[in-house]
Design a protein around this ligand. Structure first.
Ligand code: NAG
Length: 269
């Protein structure tokens, strides 16, 4: 028990210090069917010490040269190169489908404390070649709020063991259920700390044990085959009363995405 408490304590510290603080792992998930999610993107930052790229967040290819992710997936393009790897299930497998990130466009109203507007676009320096392994995920046509009880799927390369810092090598997925927003903000759940706004979705499992976690941030939440959310934040992972909190793909956000990704003035956004 001591050890567990210690682990939880260390985790809490780690969570408050790292930008991708929710995010431990896909909890209670399973390996995806090979190449069943051709839109999944691994966002990787160059590490000078190891001379290799390291996965920091997930994302979804929404146009051949644009990836949708979370604004809290922080990196500085002026300091380290960042690329996006497409068409892979396994992070270890070398892929030649890595495209450099040309610019990042976090939502201008992203709030680091409340995590409101946790949405970001990455423009790639060239268009991905679409094939059997790489494809775009369409934007939702219907942005109605998800009904409580809707079963959604979230995927990512986040950690699979709380005690280990290692990421999952293989892409994993798990089914999570939409939880009523009011309930999610209630005393037994988040108690409005943080507040789950109308721009967010709560999703988890009644008994806990199914969740996204660190390293899964930025990845898509798919409900009824429609892109409905982005892995954003939460407290620890897999706890029944602390479900995952997702950025909801609202009409406003879809318009924002469309405006930016079809603008002829992309450089000046
Ligand atoms: C996840 O949900 C989908 C859609 O409801 C369902 O078809 C699938 O069997 C579920 N997978 C698991 C592992 O429960």
């Amino acid at each position: 028990m001591k050890l567990l408490q210690h682990t939880l304590f260390v985790s809490l510290i780690a969570f408050s210090l790292t930008p991708a603080y929710h995010g431990l792992e896909i909890i209670g998930g399973r390996d995806v069917k090979p190449h069943s999610k051709p839109y999944m993107a691994s966002i990787q930052v160059f590490n000078n010490a190891t001379k290799s790229y390291q996965h920091i967040c997930g994302g979804a290819l929404i146009r051949p040269n644009w990836v949708l992710t979370a604004a809290h997936c922080e990196f500085d393009l002026n300091v380290k190169p960042v690329h996006v790897v497409l068409g892979i299930d396994s992070l270890k497998k070398k892929s030649n489908k890595a495209l450099n990130v040309k610019q990042k466009i976090p939502h201008i109203c992203f709030d680091e404390d409340s995590k409101d507007n946790d949405i970001m676009l990455l423009q790639l320096d060239s268009e991905a070649k679409l094939d059997k392994f790489v494809n775009v995920l369409p934007l939702p046509k219907n942005t109605k709020d998800m009904k409580t009880g809707t079963v959604c799927t979230v995927a990512g390369w986040g950690k699979t063991k709380v005690k280990s810092n290692e990421l999952s090598d293989n892409l994993k997925e798990v089914n999570v259920t939409i939880i009523d927003r009011k309930k999610c903000n209630s005393r037994k759940y988040y108690n409005n700390k943080p507040v789950i706004t109308n721009n967010m979705l709560c999703a988890g499992d009644r008994k806990g044990g199914k969740d996204s976690c660190k390293g899964d941030s930025g990845g898509p939440l798919i409900c009824n085959n429609v892109l409905s959310g982005i892995v954003s934040h939460g407290t620890l992972c897999g706890l029944a009363k602390k479900p995952g909190i997702y950025t909801r793909l609202t009409e406003k956000y879809v318009q924002w995405i469309q405006k930016i990704t079809t603008s002829t003035f992309q450089q000046n956004v």
